[in-house]
Design a protein around this ligand. Structure first.
Ligand code: HEM
Length: 482
């Protein structure tokens, strides 16, 4: 009898505890909202599952992104279970209760409602409190217009186009000499050399290599669980931030000691930038800003360029059309460098670049925090919760794009459905380097397509989706001159 009771207690308790844990956050936040309803009313949470204590849906997210490698099914499952509805689901991810928004209308609503939803990067201390991604209001507008002016507007693009071509040309030549390369590593190298030179005059060599290594860990830390304990990704990222700060601090010190130093790069411009009261930025503001710009531009551009190499190898007809268009320009130029205007005017190349950016989805989701209780379509997004705009789902949902996983630049001949393409975000936080990114990728494709042929070493390589989508082998290719 005692044994029977013991068995019943143990085997009854285990499933009960498991269920309790599985629904822990749903129960907890359900109770919180029920209490608030008594005083405020109208606090219906969106459908969804909030999962385990502390970890929330982290394991489910990993399950789809890391193990099944079917990231879209994370949302598809929610759509199937809770209904297509308005594309809004409650969850608990990256350490916080959150609402996922994954339709064109819902994401647009959040992007536009600036006052109600503030950009809040999950692990902002990795970026620094003064980075453009961390500041708001006037400070944000000042930084935004500075970055756009120095990196994204026609004058800047013209200068950058001239500055970066020699490195692209020589990088490609060295790839062909080696014959066999890892595209991601090599594209990262040339991209960092280019932006490192343009933004902070850092020559290629040991320092740049160290920066590249630190950035790789920093990027991983941005979306990691914020556990500051040696051995965790988050801890590693914070250490790397310290190393990068030390490198740039040394550079600032050197520059400050030079008298009458001319303005040579974006770092010099930043050091001379004044706010509305005429005061210069503090050192830490300069450092956080330059680190933020490099972060926003380096990984995004390198990865998207890597994806272009991958897709063009898989779609030879697209490559041929791209090559034909670029050959015409090459022949016209007779060995001279092309200009930003010339390259950005190429119609098919522009479509290839846009299609690559859509499919690469390197900014798969972006974060906001609700600054007050917001009601959208009858559901409440409580103050303090994260709002995750699941941009990649917009770009891979067949409702928005026909045959969305097919690399088809010609789809851009027809106007796309409104708000379905949000690769560069939206609202006041719209990417400050969208034209620079397009320019860099287009210039790279110009020299690649007109001078080289290449093949994927592992055409069936699996795709990793965390921290960003990338073929597992880094897109290894064999490459030779045409
Ligand atoms: C394919 C390449 C790129 C993609 C897909 C991309 C995507 C994005 C997205 C989605 C955002 C919005 C983030 C948010 O709303 O939370 C953003 C912001 C930003 N991007 Fe890009 N980006 C790319 C390249 C670049 C480059 C080359 C630069 C260089 C200047 C840059 C600078 C920035 C900055 C400074 C912001 C913050 C804007 C703000 O907070 O107002 N990006 N980017």
């Amino acid at each position: 009898m005692v044994v029977l009771l013991w068995f019943t207690a143990v085997f009854g308790a285990v499933p009960l505890v498991a269920c309790l844990l599985w629904w822990w956050n749903d129960i907890w936040y359900g109770l919180v909202m029920a209490t608030r309803r008594l005083t405020k009313g109208g606090t219906k949470l969106p459908p969804g599952h909030m999962g385990l204590p502390i970890f929330g849906e982290t394991f489910t997210f990993f399950w789809y992104f890391k193990f099944l490698r079917r990231p879209e099914d994370y949302i598809n499952f929610k759509r199937h279970k809770y209904g297509d509805g308005i594309g809004m689901y409650k969850t608990h991810l990256f350490g916080k209760p959150s609402v996922i928004m994954c339709t064109p209308a819902a994401t647009k609503y959040v992007f536009r409602a600036d006052e109600s939803f503030k950009l809040e990067f999950p692990n902002v201390e990795i970026l620094g409190n003064n980075s453009i991604l961390s500041v708001h209001g006037k400070a944000h507008m000042r930084m935004k217009s500075f970055i756009s002016r120095s990196a994204n507007q026609p004058d800047a693009l013209r200068r950058i186009a001239q500055a970066i071509q020699p490195r692209i040309i020589s990088a490609l030549e060295s790839w062909a000499q080696r014959g066999n390369i890892n595209s991601y590593n090599q594209v990262k190298k040339v991209t960092l050399e280019n932006i490192g030179m343009y933004f902070a005059s850092i020559e290629s060599g040991a320092t740049l290599d160290r920066i590249a290594g630190y950035y790789a860990t920093l990027v991983k830390g941005l979306r990691s669980y914020p556990l500051n304990v040696p051995g965790t990704t988050y801890y590693g990222a914070l250490q790397c931030r310290k190393m990068i700060i030390a490198i740039f601090k040394e550079e600032l010190k050197k520059r400050k000691m030079e008298t009458n130093r001319p303005i040579n790069d974006v770092l010099d411009e930043l050091m001379n930038l004044k706010d509305e009261d005429g005061s210069r930025l503090t050192d830490i503001e300069v450092l956080d800003t330059i680190i933020g710009i490099l972060l926003a531009s380096f990984e995004t551009t390198s990865l998207t360029t890597t994806w272009a190499i991958y897709y063009l190898a898989k779609y030879p007809k697209v490559l041929q059309k791209l090559r034909d268009e670029n050959m015409t320009l090459k022949n016209e130029k007779q060995g001279q460098l092309v200009t930003s205007e010339e390259i950005l005017k190429l119609k098919y190349t522009t479509k290839v670049v846009d299609e690559t950016i859509r499919m690469a989805n390197v900014a798969g989701y972006v974060f906001r925090r609700a600054t007050k209780d917001v009601t959208y379509e009858g559901y409440t997004i409580p103050k303090g919760w994260n709002v995750i705009l699941w941009l990649r789902y917009l770009h891979t949902d067949a409702t928005n794009f026909d045959d969305p996983m097919c690399f088809n630049p010609d789809r851009w001949d027809a106007p796309m459905a409104p708000r379905t393409l949000q690769v560069f975000g939206g609202g006041s936080r719209f990417c400050a380097g969208n034209m620079l990114a397009r320019l860099q990728i287009a210039l790279f494709l110009h020299y690649l397509s007109t001078g080289y042929k290449w093949k994927l070493v592992n055409p069936d390589a699996k795709i990793n989706y965390l921290p960003h989508p990338k073929p597992e082998d880094g897109v290894k290719i064999t490459i030779e001159k045409l």
